[in-house]
Design a binder for this molecule. Sequence first.
Ligand code: ATP
Length: 365
Amino acid sequence: MAQIRIENVRKEFGAFTAVQGSTFTVEDGEFFMLLGPSGCGKTTTLRMMAGLELPTSGCIYLGGEEVGQKPASQRDIAFVFQMFALYPHMNVRRNMAYPLVSQGMPRADVRAKVEEVARILGIVDILDRPVGGLSAGDRQRVALGRAIVREPKCFLMDEPLGALDAEFREHMAGELRALHDRMGATTVYVTHDQIEAMQMGDRIVVMNHGVVEQFGRPQEIYDWPATMFVAGFIGSPAMNFLPFEGVAAPGASSLRIGEVEIGIPDLREGARGRLALGVRPEHIRLDDAAPYRARVAATEYLGTTQIVTLDTAHGAVKARLASTEPIAVGATTGLRLDARTLSVFEAERGRALASAANEKVLRHG
Ligand code: ATP
């Protein structure tokens, strides 16, 4: 059992608070992503799970046991960093064997274990090569192998693919996920790359300024962001916001924005004042008959789709449309928004109002 639970974990470095009371659970066998911009506290959270950093307050449970104040050596966890630190004077086999040899495992067992893991990683043919001349991908596989041979309860990975170029990174991301599916060990993976998080993760925690903004399955977070930060961070182009002053009444199934009434999923809670309607670019259709008016400002051809920038009374929005759709820059048209897909935010606090569509996935911090 390798469930990891973080409960009200806070980390202060002097007067600066890097992690502000996080609570979430990584289930046994999950591939779990810690996602957020640089400096948001991802690495600090991961280092506290590993025991490389001790929390200022709060509890960390590993397999049900409280380990928050235990050092790394007393936790059954393997840490994989972005920079694959291999021992340059040893060949691949000896690099992978190192953790087992230092534990005092008999030679024959070490050999069998290293070869078994090398088979899983597809690196049997390079076992006797020096690590010096290896490609970046092979070096990363060796580093992973060295973590895997120990059979830890869980893997903690800090941007392990960060040093690879984009194409190879995507390939290794697929390999890592496939490896996880074969081995089933709980994995926590830090990244600032929303696409990597969406592709690989069973679940994602989104952090910002040391605060957990939301956690959930990739599609939940994409479809129903709990905050304007998450809405803007995930998706490219990001979710559009139509800001307006008004009233969102509990139970309402439409909002009045300027002169126009726009249908929304039934609200479960209300707010008044500064609000924002959130709409994903792919949920906008152009329809000359639609009452919410816009002017086409620009188009950007992307192959199968095009990104169309539209000026509205509430600012510019981007729509993702089929590139076969003829669009004339300068033309005036109407926006048709799919009511079932819209989010409503309380703009002051930047949080989504609960609605019939999103109430099950909203977990505010
Ligand atoms: P990155 O991807 O840039 O590493 P991150 O989300 O992983 O970002 P952290 O490395 O956890 O962020 O850092 C969070 C904040 O805590 C940053 O502002 C960082 O400068 C600060 N910080 C981290 N470690 C220390 C330390 N040992 N002493 C002081 N401040 C620290």
